[in-house]
Design a protein around this ligand. Structure first.
Ligand code: ACO
Length: 324
């Protein structure tokens, strides 16, 4: 049997870092009142990074991809598949993946975006795994890259304090030993309205409101339940139990969602990789960013069993269980 395995990780954060205090001061200039205490208590977020105006999704993804290739000891021309998970691509079309492919110098291989908002990375990783298993690809770059700062309404304090920009990437290679053990993906489109950017481009104009809208409590209530189900599904498919998990690397939306998920899975928080405090919610980038930070910090090691979990707009959710 043919499997896929992560052979390198990389990430990139734009240099401009805003602490809660920095953001509080910026928002105060608009007459918007918030505080470090409120943000930390409700979300666990202490800082986030924002990209400069001339930096696009593909630029962040490119840096993360280069770092992942270096870690895997590969050249761009070794890659035969590029998937970018993003909801904030450079343009309506072509995909961020095509733009990134050209900047990287990996021209010729298939390249496309996967749009599943905060679940995007687990979706993209599952697609790449399936393509490697069937022999359609041998060496894939799977990237999560986002510039959520572009779609935030800085007059809406309930959402603009939550998100940040960044990118993470993995190299996924064909292997005789597993790697990715199982995956489980879902969507339920009846919840479109609880988390969306309803605007679009039409007739040369922006139609509707092109900023993020969220019913935070509805998202919170759905998130913990579906994450528990997805975790149990991937464990059952692989014939493993909660006790086999070395690390939970969840989508970094909010520390309280992560604590709730860990509790349901009977995992102590010291088995959960947490970067939301420093990165905020970077949507599709959050899981590969957290993975790369944990690998480079020596926290997560080769041979360990990792549970990756994403949940986000759509409503979408999913999990990937893997051996690093
Ligand atoms: N600063 C200060 N006060 C605020 C802020 C802010 N930034 N935002 C809201 N408030 C106020 C509200 O106005 C409200 O005041 P009121 O009681 O006088 O009306 C009060 O705080 C409580 O507001 P709630 O919305 O009820 O706060 P809640 O405890 O639900 O926390 C939050 C909001 C953090 C968004 C929470 O619902 C949550 O974590 N939801 C999960 C959603 C999430 O993480 N989404 C990320 C994107 S989705 C994803 O990635 C899966």
């Amino acid at each position: 049997r043919r499997y896929s395995r992560i052979t390198g990780t990389g990430s990139y954060l734009p240099p401009r870092r805003l602490t809660n205090a920095d953001l509080v001061a910026e928002l105060a200039q608009r007459g918007i009142e918030t505080s470090d205490e409120w943000i930390v208590e409700r979300t666990g977020i202490r800082a986030r990074h924002f990209a400069a105006p001339d930096v696009a999704c593909s630029d962040l993804g490119l840096e993360a991809a280069r770092n992942a290739l270096q870690a895997a000891g590969l050249l761009p021309t070794d890659i035969d598949l590029i998937i970018v998970a993003t909801s904030t691509p450079d343009m309506v079309f072509p995909s961020a993946a095509c733009i990134l492919q050209n900047k990287l110098g990996a021209n010729g291989c298939p390249a496309f975006d996967v749009q599943a908002v905060c679940s995007g990375f687990v979706y993209a990783l599952s697609v790449a795994d399936a393509m490697i298993q069937t022999g359609a690809a041998n060496r894939a770059l799977v990237i999560g890259a986002e510039v959520f700062s572009r779609i935030l309404d800085f007059n809406d304090r309930t959402t603009c304090v939550l998100f940040g920009d960044g990118a993470g990437a993995v190299v996924l290679e064909a292997s005789e030993t597993p790697g990715i053990l199982s995956s489980d993906l879902h969507a339920d489109g009846k919840h479109v309205g609880i988390l969306c950017v309803p605007g679009n481009v039409s007739g040369g104009k922006v139609l509707g409101d092109p900023v993020l809208k969220m019913d935070g409590q509805a998202v919170f209530k759905l998130a913990v339940g579906v994450l528990e189900k997805a975790a149990h599904a991937v464990l059952a498919k692989a014939g493993l139990t909660e006790a086999d998990i070395d690390w939970l690397i969840p989508h970094q939306a909010n520390i309280r969602i992560m604590q709730g998920t860990a509790r349901k899975l009977k995992l102590s928080m010291d088995k959960v990789v947490v970067t939301v405090d420093q990165h905020g919610n970077t949507s599709a980038a959050s899981i590969p960013l957290a993975l790369d930070h944990a690998v480079r910090a020596g926290q997560v090691k080769k041979g360990e069993t990792l549970l990756l979990e994403g949940v986000g707009g759509g409503f979408t959710w999913g999990a990937v269980l893997l051996k690093l």
